[in-house]
Design a binder for this molecule. Structure first.
Ligand SMILES: Nc1ncnc2c1ncn2[C@@H]1O[C@H](COP(=O)(O)OP(=O)(O)OP(=O)(O)O)[C@@H](O)[C@H]1O
Ligand SMILES: [Mg+2]
Length: 382
């Protein structure tokens, strides 16, 4: 077991242009399951390969179990890596594949047999020991690849998208197995995926990367509830958070801060959202300024028709055109559009009778509003 620490780690590939990994600092605590997640090309694999020693860091320090390993060759770092394509030896049986690393280390025969047997039992692949990789399904091959890493009893595991070759159902069940396995072995694990749901479900720590930089690191629910910036807010959560550009009310205009969207409703009025007193306090420096409002689809619900004679539009409501209904079983996603063409998605309890083209009224829970500075990486304001 071991802590893995990265201090200002940077990777610039020759002729690669901008840094693939840009001054990344992060700690994978001893025994943690930490997931690096981010869009394609953000530097996840490069980071992992530098920890494994397969790629040299241009700058910064990599520390494993208290030892700086920048100049330590991969085989002496005592960590095991599982790749997306498994890379099993096709001419060897599962038994030989599992025992290969131990044979290379001249481990006694009886000890190899014992450990291979134990790992096969752990992963439920005892019946497959005499088959070759070509005679296995994708999920079985994946388990053999994990087994080959476990059998070495390394200080840490590194996984690079190990589930991406599996079909959706198998991916979900295998990810639960991986999590159960980690709960049993407690081996420090650094796991890479581009799938935010996989990251949330597996990690006790999630590290969101974009353009070679760490955008936010923390427990999954912390990241979901309190995204540090607009990128993280839009990346974590399904369907993605809705963002609406607009302007915050001026000081003294209202008692609490109000937000008026640039987007408009069917009668050409702006949407208005009101913040609580506490939220307004935090927003004070931005009064009168353009900001971006964030609303998760789950924070929107279908509202009752307004009473006759009340002002139109109501605060904290959207009146929109319903474009598409996506049934999901217990819930459904309503894909709606403002009169000015912005899409707003709501995830609501399943109900019949909603017809595309109809007008829908959605209400936002004020406590679940997010606000960001303008820009792709605009900082969270609440
Ligand atoms: N050997 C290389 N030479 C030059 N550039 C590279 C090399 N390997 C990766 N890159 C670049 O570095 C950046 C980060 O790549 P990396 O493979 O780490 O991304 P990733 O986050 O793992 O993406 P994916 O989700 O697609 O696997 C990309 O812009 C990529 O094009
Ligand atoms: Mg990758």
């Amino acid at each position: 077991m071991a802590e893995i620490r990265l201090e200002g780690v940077t990777k610039v590939y020759p002729r690669g242009g901008a840094a693939a990994v840009d001054s990344v600092s992060l700690t994978v605590p001893d025994g943690s399951f930490t997931v690096l997640v981010g869009p394609s090309g953000c530097g996840k694999s490069t980071t992992l390969r530098m920890v494994a020693g397969l790629e040299e860091a241009t700058d910064g320090r990599i520390v494993i179990d208290g030892r700086t390993v920048n100049d330590v060759p991969p085989r002496d770092r005592d960590i095991a890596m599982v790749f997306q394509n498994y890379a099993l030896y096709p001419h060897m049986t599962v038994r030989q594949n599992l025992g290969f690393a131990l044979r290379m280390r001249r481990t006694p025969r009886a000890e190899i047999e014992r450990r291979v047997g134990e790992v096969a039992r752990t992963l439920g692949i005892e019946d497959l020991l005499d088959r070759r990789p070509g005679q296995l399904s994708g999920g079985q091959r994946q388990r053999v690849a994990v087994g080959r890493a476990i059998v070495r009893e390394p200080k840490a595991f590194l996984f690079d998208e190990p589930l991406s070759n599996l079909d959706a159902r198998l991916r979900v069940s295998t990810r639960a197995e991986l999590k159960a396995l980690h709960q049993r072995l407690r081996t420090t694990t650094l796991y890479v995926t581009h799938d935010q749901e996989e990251a949330m479900t597996l990690g006790d720590q999630v590290v969101v990367m974009c353009r070679g930089r760490v955008q936010q690191a923390g427990p999954p629910m912390e990241i979901y509830r309190h995204p540090a910036n607009r990128f993280v807010a839009g990346f974590v959560g399904t369907p993605p958070m809705n963002f609406i550009a607009g302007t915050l009310s001026k000081p003294g205009e209202y008692e609490n801060a109000h937000f008026a969207s640039d987007a408009t409703n069917l009668v050409n009025e702006r949407f208005v959202f009101a913040f609580s007193a506490e939220q307004s306090e935090r927003l004070r420096p931005y009064f009168g300024e353009p900001i971006v409002l964030g609303i998760r689809p789950q924070a929107l619900s279908l509202a009752a028709e307004q009473e006759p004679g009340r002002d139109f539009p109501d605060t904290n409501q959207f009146v929109l055109e319903l474009l598409v209904v996506e049934p999901l079983g217990d819930t459904m996603d309503l894909v709606c559009q403002t009169a000015s063409g912005e899409r707003i998605v709501a995830r609501v309890p399943a109900a019949d009778g909603l017809i595309p083209g109809a007008t829908v009224r959605l209400e936002a829970q004020p406590a679940r509003l997010h606000a960001f500075e303008v820009g792709e990486f605009g900082a969270a304001l609440l």
